[in-house]
Design a protein. Structure first.
Length: 558
């Protein structure tokens, strides 16, 4: 199905290879996960499978790529499109039409399929990802997750033999992500569709795939069955990050205890770990929130968009100095609408929002921007300069800061986010994770008192996420406010003080992370779901991370 031989590729503006001597074979019907840190070559490999490299992205290339018996370098992309469907990391790059239904039909119409086939396939694609209810909506009106589902449906409608997906669940809530992965598994099992999937959140997908291919600096480092790869110390050293349940299993093994295999699911883990938790004693794990003065005050805030879509319904919330808060909820629950009120991008249609005592309805957005730093869901919204360094300097240059201070702060932030060697690069040519880091750096360089981040870990590898969360945790200690919108439950569970859960524009839960996560079904960390099955052992049910589970297990033994 897919054969790659001695493939190397250099982008036109790079002296280092994006891919180096890659040789792979993927059989028909395989479900393959491509893993690696940001910039390891995952997206570049995907682009080679449908001809975007070399037909669209310029550079130097050697080797051979054959997909569905067609030489990719010699076959036009319009021909390859009938065999290889691709869902990009940024769904906005794929959305062109004025209506979701028309967007999905677009590819078939361009290939001159008859109307009866188009109508049938569009219905199947809408149902397969559960978006029939938004079929007549304009793509610009959709949430990030709805855009992602629309892009997936647009690829599925062509009935490709190979489906390549670059982080398809990065903007999806846990239930939506599970639905999409289940759809992919069904297509793989029932129709024999070959699937190549790039994903950083391994806990969502490792139990579905047949094989993991791990990349590092453009090279294939590991290739094999998930249980074999996840148990290999070299995989962890790539900075990819293990699912919490796998991390716990590896720790138990490293301490000299025997496990028959590495568990990939909570069910497998519960069976394997039962003896360890049965022998453990109860340790009280509690969260304490120390609140400073209120910095952001939502008072009965409602908001209705011009198209009459209700986003918020009488929301009353306070965000306090020194607080690290996560705002979570299903796609289209009102999370982004909520946080856009903090910097005045949206003004309440009912109630009011006070930022440091200032009513946002009467405040100028530019004045609010001096207090509120906002990192958008899509990093491309931030990127307009010719180089990374210019991007980071921009906000300081517009605040009458001296050149000496600008240079000092810019260099410091570039180093902090590992971007020093990219400072002369064009921001939009970077990988998704690298672009996300540039967007963060361009906001954080101004040291705002209130920092609002919309899905900042999207596209980031484990090492980058850990660094960011550590940074934010330290940043708030100086009295700053951190408001984080995220679907990344594992990252949130390990760091934040408080979780606000939204549904249909209303606050349905608000409290310390353990109180909100402990008995949840969907918005619950993997280890917490594991431990809930041991209540008859008198094990507490509010363990959220693998590190805490290790503490409970080994406290008695040591």
């Amino acid at each position: 199905m897919i054969k790659i031989s001695d493939l190397s590729f250099y982008y036109s503006d790079s002296a280092e290879p994006a891919l180096s001597d890659v040789s792979l074979k993927i059989k028909p019907g395989e479900f393959v996960l491509v893993a690696g840190s940001s910039g390891s070559g995952k997206s570049s490999l995907c682009r080679c499978l449908n001809g975007l490299i070399p037909h669209f992205y310029g550079g130097r290339i050697k080797g051979e790529v054959v997909v569905c018996e067609k030489n990719v370098f010699e076959t036009p992309t319009k021909v390859l499109a009938e065999y290889v469907g691709v869902v990009f990391q940024d769904p906005e790059n794929q959305l062109l039409m004025s209506e979701v239904e028309r967007e999905i039909a677009f590819g078939l119409e361009n290939l001159c399929y008859p109307p009866n086939i188009i109508n049938k396939r569009v219905e199947e694609a809408l149902d397969s990802v559960g978006i029939s209810h938004i079929r007549h909506r304009h793509p610009t009106e959709l949430s990030g997750g709805e855009k992602q589902k629309t892009a997936i449906a647009s690829s599925l409608v062509l009935n490709p033999q190979v489906l390549v997906l670059d982080e398809p669940t990065s903007e999806l809530d846990p239930k939506s992500a599970e639905d999409v992965i289940n759809v992919l598994e069904r297509l793989n099992c029932d129709l024999g569709l070959t699937i190549v999937l790039v994903e950083h959140r391994l806990d969502r997908v490792v139990h579905h795939v047949d094989r993991i291919i791990a990349l590092d600096k453009g090279r294939v480092i590991l290739d094999g069955h998930p249980k074999k790869i996840l148990a290999d110390p070299r995989f962890k050293s790539l900075g990819v990050g293990l699912p919490p349940i796998v991390s716990l299993a590896n720790t138990i093994r490293n301490r000299g205890f025997r496990l028959d295999a590495i568990p990939l699911t909570v069910r497998e883990g519960r069976r394997m770990f039962s003896g360890f938790f049965q022998e453990s004693r109860r340790i009280e794990l509690t969260d304490k929130i120390d609140r400073g003065e209120i910095k952001v005050d939502f008072r009965d805030v409602s908001y209705t968009y011009p198209n009459d879509a209700v986003a918020l319904r009488k929301v009353s919330l306070g965000f306090y100095a020194g607080e690290f808060v996560a705002v979570m909820g299903r796609n289209a629950s009102g999370k982004t609408s909520l946080i856009k009120h903090i910097n005045g991008l949206l003004k309440p249609t009912g109630g009011c929002v006070l930022v440091s005592g200032r009513d946002t309805r009467k405040a100028d957005v530019s004045k609010l921007a001096e207090m509120v730093g906002y990192v958008f869901q899509n990093p491309n919204v931030h990127l307009f300069a010719d180089t990374v360094e210019e991007e980071v300097r921009y906000i300081l240059e517009n605040r009458n800061v001296s050149e000496e201070v600008i240079c000092s702060k810019t260099d410091s932030v570039l180093g902090l986010f590992g971007l020093t060697d990219k400072k002369d690069s064009y921001p939009r040519s970077l990988s998704g994770g690298e672009r996300q880091r540039v967007a963060l750096a361009s906001v954080i360089v101004a040291e705002p008192d209130i920092l609002v981040l919309d899905e900042p870990t999207r596209g980031m590898d484990y090492a980058s996420k850990s660094f960011l969360m550590d940074f934010l945790n330290n940043y708030r200690r100086s009295g700053k406010v951190i408001v984080l919108v995220s679907h990344d439950i594992e990252s949130v569970a390990g760091y934040v003080d408080r979780v606000v859960l939204l549904s249909e524009g209303k606050v349905v839960a608000d409290g310390p992370r353990r109180d909100v996560f402990s008995n949840a079904l969907l918005f619950s960390p993997q280890i917490n779901r594991l431990v809930q099955g041991y209540k008859h052992y008198n094990v507490q049910d509010n363990i959220l991370t693998a590190l805490e589970a290790e503490q409970v297990i080994f406290s008695e033994k040591e």
